[in-house]
Design a protein around this ligand. Structure first.
Ligand SMILES: Cc1cc2nc3c(=O)[nH]c(=O)nc-3n(C[C@H](O)[C@H](O)[C@H](O)COP(=O)(O)OP(=O)(O)OC[C@H]3O[C@@H](n4cnc5c(N)ncnc54)[C@H](O)[C@@H]3O)c2cc1C
Length: 468
């Protein structure tokens, strides 16, 4: 649950001017030019009006902003890419630390690492690392912020092959609630490093991330589409195939409505279909051989899978989902996908309420399972699938209908779930859901929270309460 603490917005004007003079970046306030743009986050459903937005450009700015918010008891929100569903990168009345100007990236091709500042998106990172033929596991879109995605875990195309994003995180630079700066890795502040690998923004502001890179350059991937009438058959094939497939093959399953635009063939425009979106990162010369039995078993009616540069695959769906649409998320983890569950998926998939609304099943097996459930804060290392049901539409008039659909769909499938969900796909849910997301790791997270943020300064997140 997102804790709303009372926020006195009548901070002394002199103090605000003093903060502005301490910052290298801009301090934006209601009425300032650019305030409306600065307060907007990705989800158009979120309409919050912070009293102060600190556009931090360096670590010193972050320190000054945290100290100011804490000393004046202002609600403090931290924004990386601003993509969070329930809008946890902003707040009403308080102070927002906006990291979007902190875009520094340094690739070390010899060590195969990349140091990335907290305001980058995955597109920024892919652009920088692709020049060296390298990449690190991220998500399925390039416009998402590295900050929130990484701190929650990071589920993406390379998960089966190389693990979650946090499994490729080597260290972080952070500013804590008391304004102090620390680095955390397996060698320094190891407890903190354990906690930030899945525990979200609860522990401080990560000013930069150090990731392991891998030789991933051109992969074989893209969508295959199938008629909705074959949904159950395709889903069963996908389930049986992908759970046994070599780890260099990934492919998420989705229910989609075909956009009425090229490159989609006109006869499928606005039709509900099912999709598998592939990413094979193994030997390129073996790709056709790998996909031959797939194409033979369930021939797609649209087949876009082929060699594709990694950054292109990552940004394939960006244009479909521009900033400002209304988004409502529901989610759960699943260990298995039974035939009964598939029947329910088909029932609710047939009712996608708007063109942008969708249901995806992402894979979190393979390399993700090789890390123990208590080795990082992300605990669902035994689950196979992360389900995300999202109602999406440009028009708020459709919110009630699409929220109703998402809730009904989720309720129908929830009894088959593993009992918890990925924090990055959750909306504003209750404290029990946050605890369920971490299972046995919650107690340790609450203790680490008590060490590094006893006053819960960082509470605009899927909040872990400090507990000794
Ligand atoms: C279109 C879309 C596609 C997505 N695809 C994927 C996907 O493929 N895989 C996946 O795993 N998730 C995905 N997500 C979910 C995504 O991981 C979360 O929405 C995540 O919160 C976004 O991070 P952000 O930095 O953009 O968000 P923000 O709204 O900026 O922040 C989200 C939370 O993280 C905290 N935070 C952000 N940066 C920092 C930082 N540097 N230090 C401390 N705290 C910080 C914020 O305080 C806030 O609590 C997607 C979301 C969207 C909207």
């Amino acid at each position: 649950m997102i804790e709303q603490q009372p926020t006195p917005i009548t901070v002394d004007e002199t103090a605000i001017q003093e903060l502005a003079s301490r910052l290298r970046g801009a301090l934006i306030r209601p009425g300032d030019t650019g305030y409306e743009q600065a307060r907007a986050v990705y989800n158009g459903m979120i309409d919050r009006r912070p009293a102060l937005i600190a556009r931090c450009v360096d670590v010193a700015d972050v320190m000054a902003a945290i100290n100011f918010a804490r000393d004046h008891q202002l609600t403090l929100a931290v924004r990386g890419g601003g993509h969070n569903g329930p809008g946890l990168g902003t707040c009403d009345d308080g102070l927002v630390i906006d990291l979007s100007e902190m875009k520094g990236i340094r690739v070390d091709p010899a060590a195969r690492t990349v140091r990335v500042e907290g305001g980058c998106t995955w597109g920024d990172v892919d652009h920088a690392t692709h020049a060296f033929g390298l990449a690190t596991p991220s998500g399925f879109m390039s416009i998402t912020g590295i900050g929130g995605l990484t701190l929650g875990g990071g589920i993406g195309y390379l998960a089966r092959t190389l693990g979650l994003t946090i499994d490729n995180l080597l260290g972080v630079d952070m500013v804590l609630a008391d304004g102090s700066f620390v680095t955390a890795s397996t060698d320094e502040h190891a407890d903190l490093f354990w906690a930030v690998r899945g525990g979200g923004g609860n522990f401080g502001v990560v000013t930069s991330f150090l990731f392991q890179l891998h030789p991933v350059s051109t992969v074989y991937g893209g969508p295959m589409l199938f008629p909705f009438a074959q949904a159950a058959e395709v889903m069963k094939f996908w389930r049986d195939f992908i759970l046994q497939a070599p780890e260099e093959i990934n492919g998420w399953f989705g229910f989609v409505t075909v956009p009425p635009a090229p490159p989609f063939p006109e006869q499928f425009h606005l039709q509900k279909m099912c999709a598998i979106v592939w990413c094979y990162s193994g030997a390129p010369e073996k790709a056709d051989e790998v996909f031959q039995p797939i194409r033979a078993s369930i021939p797609p009616v649209v087949d876009f899978a082929g060699p594709i540069p990694w950054p292109v695959l990552q940004s394939l769906f960006d244009a479909l989902y521009p900033k400002g649409l209304q988004w409502y998320w529901k989610t759960d983890f699943f260990n298995e996908l039974s035939d009964k569950a598939i029947d329910l998926h088909v029932k609710y998939g047939a009712q996608l309420p708007t063109m942008h609304s969708t249901m995806h099943l992402y894979l979190i097996n393979g390399a993700v399972h090789r890390i123990g459930a208590s080795d990082t804060a992300f605990s669902f290392r035994d689950a196979n699938f992360a389900e995300v049901i999202v109602g999406v539409d440009p028009d708020p008039a459709n919110n009630e209908r699409m929220i109703g659909w998402a809730r009904d769909y989720w309720m129908a499938l929830h009894p088959y779930s593993a009992g918890g969900a990925y924090v990055n796909f959750m909306m504003d849910e209750d404290a029990d859901r946050v605890q369920a997301a971490y299972r046995d790791n919650y107690v340790r997270l609450a203790e680490i929270k008590a060490t590094y943020d006893p006053g819960n300064v960082f509470h605009v997140n899927q909040n872990i309460k400090p507990t000794r």
